[in-house]
Design a protein around this ligand. Sequence first.
Ligand code: HAM
Length: 480
Amino acid sequence: MISNKPKGTRDFLPKDTLINQIVEQLLRQTAETFSFREIRTPIFEHTEVFERSSGESSDIVNKEMYTFLDKGGRSISLRPEGTAGVVRSFVENKMYVETDFPVRLYYCGPNFRYERPQAGRYRQFSQFGLENIGIRSPFIDAENIFLAVDMLASVGITDIKLKINSIGDKESRNNYKEALKEYFKPYLNELCEDCKVRYEKNPLRILDCKVDANHECMKGYPAIKDYLSKDSKDYFAKVLDQLDLLNIEYEIDDKLVRGLDYYNDVVFEIEAIAPSGTNYGAILGGGRYDELVEQFGGPSLPAFGFGIGLDRVVEVVKELHVMDEYKDYLTCYVMPREETSIEYGFFVTNFLRSNGVDCDMDYQARSIKSQFKTVDRKNALYSIIVGEDEAKTQQVSVRKNATKEQVTIPLNALMTYLREDINSSKCECGCHHDDEEHECCCGHHHEGEEHECCCEREHDSKEHKCDCNEEGCCCNHKEN
Ligand code: HAM
């Protein structure tokens, strides 16, 4: 019985998924701010969808796809990337009848490539992708590159290197391919078998060969910039002008050609400088693809998009510790004092849950000491302690775990108590902090010894009796 996961895949245990969820949520928020809406397409497609689009000459399609015949004998492939499926869906669902171009779509989910696993490279990995279909304009390209930078900043990644290039229109690329053929001809016998095929099918792909990457011929090959048509050159210059105006730093990398066949003109990738020095490669990449919609049988509609490698982004975010403040927590943990109180505890737990409060309880009537250990492990904000006395009087003892303050109140006052208490200690930044020293973005130390109240008096919160009588005073006029 095999009990280990396939090579290149990973299990995300609950402690690992929290950061992934936060990253995804922040990316969603930024994408929606830019008016993108989510599309969900199948994880597998007819193999032809990828062969026709991502490219017969690309390694991703040729060597890395998980392809199989289904029980009906159809060739099916797990998606190696998201763009092809999105464009297939765009055409199949006639989304082009909308004339509010660009149609902006985002998606998030797993992709599969049979690659050699290493740091940041997996056989199952997740991408957050964005596509803009319908407009060819340098403003769209620049805006999306700005968005890519902005999305990374939203998750705390600012130390980045943006590489950009133009691979030109069809005419430019055809001229360039001829020049590459001419250049590589004398070396052909020394190149790998795959490169010999690439030479015939698409010599551009020789440039991203991993086997021949260190061959001397890889140093001096012609640069695409010398083969760009006037239209492509002008277009690229306009995109760069807009990036300058947006204050986005970039490096023109005339070796950047991307590993998928559908691109034309502007292509880009972003690398992150990880504190450990680990090279995760590009954490996102994309570019313009003006012919793909038509290739799928749709109208001639240009497009631009990019895909963020979520696994790599999360690795970098972890290294930067920018999300350490986000802690998993539970709002309430119900603690029956004895076996006979479990039933009342169960009732209280259900009462809290039906009021939308996340909650768990002890079902075994363990010692209170053991239950408090669970409270710590679960990072519960409140312990709701119930015993026979509370059951008789329909009360609950609520312990605020951060301060250890405890009050006994009627059950029907519990929700009001929790709402008011949570609101008074909640930081406006929206996250939960139980950090003693947390400095809230409102400027106050909420739980610190030296809490600065809006009554403008310096005081020790433990002894403070606020007398400002002002409504909305941040100390809530709590008396000790
Ligand atoms: P891609 O460059 O092949 O582009 O992939 C986008 C990102 O996915 C990469 O920059 C990388 O961060 C991540 N990635 C790729 N392969 C792996 C892997 N094996 N393990 C972990 N992460 C990986 C595309 O897929 C295009 N569909 C992007 C695009 C969208 N172009 C236009 N629209």
